[in-house]
Design a protein. Sequence first.
Length: 566
Amino acid sequence: MARLHIPIESAKQIASFLVGYGLITEEQFSHATTSSNEGDKGLIETIVDFDFTDEVSIAKAISESYDIDFIDLTDEKLVDLSVTTLLPRKFICENRVVPFYLSDEILNVAISEPSVLNLMSSIRLLTDKTIHTYVATFSQINDLLKKVDDSPIVQKEDEKHNVLESEISTSEARSSEVIDFTDKTLKKAIKLGVSDIHLEIYKKHARMRFRLDGVLMDQKKNDEFLFDHYAAVITRIKIMSKLDIAERRLPQDGAMSLNVGDHDVDFRVSILPTSFGERVVMRILDTSSISLTLETLGFQDEDEQAFKNAVDAPQGMVLVTGPTGSGKSTTLYAALKRVNREDINILTAEDPVEFTLDGVGQVHVKEDIGLTFSAALRSFLRQDPEVVMVGEIRDKETVDIAIKASLTGHLVLSTLHTNDAVSTITRLINMGVAPYLITSSLSLVVAQRLARKICENCKTEDETVAQSELTSIGFKSAESSRITLYRGKGCSKCNKTGYKGRKGIYEVLRVTDNIKDGILKNLTTPELLKIAKEKDSFSTMQEVGRGFLMQGSISLEEYQRVLMVE
């Protein structure tokens, strides 16, 4: 028979198991041990040579005792050698564990020695597959290992795997810890309502930060574990996101989904190489945690009705403006949800698609292959839509097509990066849009910010506010002497921040005849603002924010953070 090449310690464990199982006697065990020590054959090989038992009987005994299915791998149809590339060749050969078939995300792995069962969790971590373990005979495992070692396919793939050798866990405990830590972190972030998770490593420490209510907060209690297991945690995230675990030199973008309770939560994952390791940012896209109705966004009554009228119209352009993280996407999705009916054809171009909406054709823009916003929008017009949404107007070409669409019987929704609603008009003119086209196409502009609300559980009067601070943000002297402001002291319910949840602060500019007249006269932004306030009852975000201050829903500190004009 061929040499079995079973590691000495593993062979001793198996031989002792065979005695305990009753497959060989103590006397046979002693005789085989002596003969093995005196000769050049291994212990199990000697036991089989002496006909004390046979390989199939040993495999079936291990199968029954450890509750592992027995498999006969002499049938070559059962083995797909290409799946061995899911693991590094060195890992397979040293540990004698051989992946042999993949079906429906279940990876079938063959072993001959029960001592390697504690590696299954490591294999699950590395492959992100459900593992089904089988026990085969020693000879069959040896034959498979020889094929793996000789395979040019495996050798080629193994060049990618070599960089991962140091990261592959060789113990059940470490693998379980990393999986448990990563899963608990993601679920905790979802439960808290976190929008982004940041993982970063430096020379002597690593840190995790949650962006909660728009502000990053360090999760210090996780720093030590994260530093000790940083590479393994990043590998786990890459696996979950279907990214290349061997690539560490280039940025990567991916996505994953996690089942929480009765629904799936999507994550958008960005990985960036830095001096000391890869930095990861995960955007949590939990549809269940946001309100997708216009009524619950928090518009002032008159502004809400104006917005509804604009999106209910058969044509025109509605723009939502504000900085990153101000809730523009939520506002647009709420508008889409309002108009989403079976008799309406809706198409969107997004970068990326943040939330999926049934009944809406959503396109993920990919500029690297030429699928730009303008290219998508141009194609949309050949798809017979009533409503189109463009994630962002970035250039002259996109704005030209958007305006053309709005003038030819389509409702166009999009975003623009401007500080306020009125300056959006000036921005369009600066992009080269003729004033008469703006007045013909633009229906409404919404500018918005998101402000953290004072925690109701620890809300208290803010006695530190000076009257001069109130007048500096726009209150009249008479008002500032009578106003009582509030803040949150910080408690367990708000994670000691004094804030709990956020609310939108909106200004809604209706493109009325007065505003159109001003645009055609090439009036400046301040002049247009004056017309809007005096003739169209327009309220700025600062005015709306001061109303929230007087209501006691936001603090002065938060007002200054999100609404102070630069």
